[in-house]
Design a protein around this ligand. Sequence first.
Ligand code: MN
Ligand code: MN
Length: 365
Amino acid sequence: MENRMNRLIEQLKKNDLDSAFITSIANVFYLSNFYTDPHERLVAVYIDQTNNPVLIVPAMEMNDAKNAGWSFDMIGYHDHENVWELFFNHLKTFDKLPEVIGIEYDHLIVDRHQALKNILPHAQFKNTTNILNDLRVIKSKQEYTLLKQAAALADFGVKTGIEAIREGISELEIVAKIEYELKKQGVQQMSFATTVISGTKTASPHGVPSQTTIEKGDLVLFDLGVVFEGYCSDITRTVAFHSITDEQRKIYETVLEAEEKAIAAVEIGRSVGELDKIARDHIAAAGYGEYFTHRLGHGIGIDVHEFPSMHGENTLPLAEGMAFTIEPGIYVPEAGGVRIEDMVFVTKKGGESLTEYPKDLQIIK
Ligand code: MN
Ligand code: MN
């Protein structure tokens, strides 16, 4: 935790920021090891160049924060109190008020920005989103281990879902079975709403599970992940039930080849955009270019979707310790859709797939 805060302080100095006021759940957790969903209440880490961090939390959560390892100052507030006034009183205990403050432009709501401006009318506010992204994009050994454990649970979830397939079972029943079995394994939270979709519904990349039942000849697509000790997983597998058409088989093989090609191309120094292009070119060569309608993937860590966005125009070079998904798909309205997604970690030797559930075409009988 202190190591992370020290790295942030280095960046504050480099970027001429007196301090940073951090409020996103993920960044607060990253800096404090305290993971909390405060809903509409404010939780923030305030940290300045002189290393006087303070955690602002609802009073009822102060003990939880302490138990999570926070050993610095805290401002605990009750629901009837004005938290901005308490924060300002805290700032006044220092020699000098901050003049340039970093905030997360992609997160801090206008109301709170206004409240900060009200207590610090002479301060200037700058964006710290990039600074935090750059810190979080390279995962430590410990973060790698947590992602690997989250990935293993996602593998288990897919296995459970595929084993649950039978004629007439609904998509939502399979969702329930997956989550029931994962909860028995100690999983408290999924990293997003579990997706099980079948038949022509698979042609929508963001299809939603319903009471639609699985029938012979359906493709069935699973997309799911868990949160394990604050770190997310994300996997997609597509299987056929009973039979598959020639076109569906061709789509499946094309997506699988594109995905494997992109993973094999992971190499330190190669750009994110090149990976997207490798998968996209393969799919286009098979005649399905217009049906691959989204980016190749996304960074993954404390957030299930985080920096970097794995799209074709991204020139960011891959570096050791990055973690992201590779998830090409082909979605043909009449034939159905196939997506195959793995979490990949960048090592000196190339891309290591953290999710390991088999990918060869399965026709479930
Ligand atoms: Mn994903
Ligand atoms: Mn996914």
